[in-house]
Design a protein around this ligand. Sequence first.
Ligand SMILES: NC(=O)c1ccc[n+]([C@@H]2O[C@H](COP(=O)([O-])OP(=O)(O)OC[C@H]3O[C@@H](n4cnc5c(N)ncnc54)[C@H](O)[C@@H]3O)[C@@H](O)[C@H]2O)c1
Length: 325
Amino acid sequence: MKVLVTGGTGYIGAHVTRGLAAAGHEPIIVDDLRASKPERAGNFALERVDLADTPALTAVFARHRPDAVIHLAGSISVAESVRDPDLYWNNNLGAGASLLLACARHPVRALLFSSTAAVYGNTDRSPIPEDAPLNPTAPYGSSKLGFEHLLHRSAPALGLRSAALRYFNAAGANPEWGVGEAHDPEEHLIPRIIASVLDGKALHVYGDDYPTPDGTCTRDYIHVTDLAAAHVAVVEADGLASGRSFNVGTGRGTSVLEVIRAVGDRLQRQPRVEMSARRPGDPATLVADPSALREAVGWQARHSSIEEIVDSAVTWEMSRRAARS
Ligand SMILES: NC(=O)c1ccc[n+]([C@@H]2O[C@H](COP(=O)([O-])OP(=O)(O)OC[C@H]3O[C@@H](n4cnc5c(N)ncnc54)[C@H](O)[C@@H]3O)[C@@H](O)[C@H]2O)c1
């Protein structure tokens, strides 16, 4: 099927497009390249359009007539959303509404949305099921939750099947696909650890006094190849009920110190760690209960041991640096 992928040149989008193509589908990318490079589109069709530009987006739908949409485009930094909440409401909710307007004019069978574990905020539940209380602590999570609601409530009128995938911590890279993580600025833990080892710079760890076994935050790391497979499984699941939100994770938690050790072991050099104060709004533990997605479509993580994630992320970063030098 033809699948329009918003944010398809971003980190996760670049993996989702390649996962779709490997499963025999035709991805069409819509991305205004505000946070990515056109090379990431590879050989796939790329429409350079801001989702907020409804007429331009509607014209893209008219040209390509997609069967389904996977909506990954968005603004992604929790810290930036606290500094600039308007950007998050405009880009994560407003531009999403513009996408629904395009779907109203050119109906599609399904729309999958990239949501986030940040919709849960601070919670005592671990692992977290989808029916846990939804208490996002920053505009990032609130804007993603806002679009989940808008999408699910609008889906019947639009005649499409909606699904939201709440990613936990996306990580790793698929070396066969030649794409990996390259955010600017990079706020994610694994590339930050790799860079601090390779560049000999101190790594700041935010808090070692959390109520976790070693005092540092615990997260559920999910390999992007597994994330891509989850999208393919959900977009293909025509019989799946509309309006569902699913966790995408492994059910296992790994602490910041455990991730640092895994990267240090892979590179045979440990980073210099400097302990800093907690960041406001960082929950101690975020671990998914992924059983609903497994029961719905048979998906489960296959590449998400911390060793495989770290190995692939290091391989990607080394090749990126070699290409630059
Ligand atoms: N990376 C993670 O761990 C993680 C976790 C949970 C959820 N998510 C969600 O997954 C999605 C993708 O994340 P990512 O890490 O690949 O981010 P990314 O920044 O690498 O990719 C986002 C892409 O969207 C594009 N974009 C943003 N706003 C746009 C607009 N208005 N019009 C057109 N294109 C636009 C950017 O140019 C970029 O290519 C985001 O929606 C994010 O909230 C990511």
